[in-house]
Design a protein around this ligand. Structure first.
Ligand code: TYM
Length: 342
């Protein structure tokens, strides 16, 4: 039907985000980003991915890598990604990501990539394998976001610098040619954006921490979760209050607040006159209770490989339909010949 009023149908803003299937997903990933992914599905056109191409910047054992990818997909569905509302695909199954990343590499400066703190950290951590992929990782991340013309990118604080670079690359390309990419904004939560290690609260909680007690994984058994919280590093004040020099307690309050929805004042009131032992146990139990239904749903889904694989295929096809349009525009603007297969 003809649109007589010439009013464009309102476009729901697009959100894009991704997580690496590089190991077992952590409570930090969940509270900093994934919980938000679920919440945003209703108001936005949500597109999510498992960023498995990013994962091979650090050497992976193929069997474990495959298992981690199935696990992460099932776990995110169990958390509440709804495939009726959102697209959720595996990055390596949508070749446009690697293609656009190459093009964007040529619009990203060596100096910009050299300033990325994650590159500096990871190249120290994996000094025996400082590969080119680790260096150019942010251009691939920019491709992920820009292919879908994303308006918003929900991430934790550690991805802020990569997002800034994405904006710069998009603006540079748009200036050189003509408006091609939506310049995305970050969506960083006030609470939970940086969940810290339970053993060293000056460091972020990370999948790759060598200390098993430092990081809670979403698929940890309840007893292990409780044990990790009981052993969490605190301070000697023995008073549950948010404050300077109390990084361990601040972190536990943040976790408890994210899970229960309580603010710091309410948490302080709840634990007034109570010791750290009681508080740590309460945080552990709240996390266990919150994760129980997610773990149960994960256990059901992971047994149904055929269903998961049908989701992979369907969602990769949906993502590719969107991504291929952006890629085609980019290729044309740069001056590549159109591809015609006989
Ligand atoms: P990744 O896989 O390291 O982490 C996934 C998400 O979890 C957040 N996060 C945290 N948030 C709070 N506290 C923590 N301790 C914590 N640890 C991790 C991360 O900020 C992230 O939002 N490069 C990305 C994946 C990626 C991506 C993208 C993200 C690839 N392409 C495009 C957004 C858009 C990464 O390695 O995240």
């Amino acid at each position: 039907m003809e649109n007589k009023t010439n009013v464009q149908p309102e476009r729901k803003p697009v959100i894009f985000s991704a997580i690496q299937p590089s190991g077992s997903i952590t409570l930090g990933n969940y509270l900093g980003a994934l919980k938000n992914w679920i919440a945003l599905q209703d108001g936005y056109n949500a597109i999510y991915a498992l960023a498995d191409l990013h994962t091979i910047t650090v050497r992976q054992d193929p069997t474990t890598f495959r298992k981690n990818t199935y696990d992460a997909y099932a776990l995110l569905l169990a958390m509440g990604i709804d495939l009726e509302k959102s697209i959720f695909f595996i990055q390596s199954q949508v070749p446009e990501h690697a293609q656009l990343a190459w093009v964007l590499n040529c619009y990203t400066q060596f100096g910009e990539l050299s300033r990325m703190t994650q590159f500096k950290d990871k190249s120290q951590k994996h000094a025996d394998n400082v590969n080119a992929g680790l260096f150019t990782y942010p251009s691939l991340m920019a491709a992920d976001i820009l292919l879908y013309q994303a308006d918003l990118v929900p991430v934790g604080v550690d991805q802020k610098q990569h997002l800034e670079l994405t904006r710069n690359i998009a603006e540079r390309f748009n200036m050189l040619y003509s408006p091609t990419f939506t310049v995305p904004d970050g969506y960083i939560l006030k609470n939970g954006a940086k969940i810290m290690s339970l053993q060293d609260p000056s460091k972020k909680m990370s999948k790759s921490d060598q200390n098993a007690n430092a990081c809670v994984h979403l698929l940890d058994k309840p007893d292990d979760i409780i044990r990790k919280f009981k052993r969490a590093v605190t301070d000697s004040e023995a008073c549950v209050r948010y404050g300077e020099g109390k990084d361990g307690i601040n972190n536990l309050m943040e976790i408890y607040g994210c899970i229960t929805g309580k603010d710091n004042a309410a948490i302080e009131r709840e634990f007034e006159g109570k010791g750290y032992g009681e508080f740590k146990l309460a945080v552990g139990e709240a996390v266990v209770d919150h994760l129980r239904p997610i773990q149960e749903e994960y256990t059901r889904l992971i047994q149904d490989k055929a269903y998961l694989e049908s989701c992979f295929a369907e969602n990769a096809a949906k993502a590719s339909r969107i991504a291929s349009k952006t890629l085609a525009k980019v290729m044309k603007k740069v001056g590549f010949l159109p591809m015609k297969r006989s």
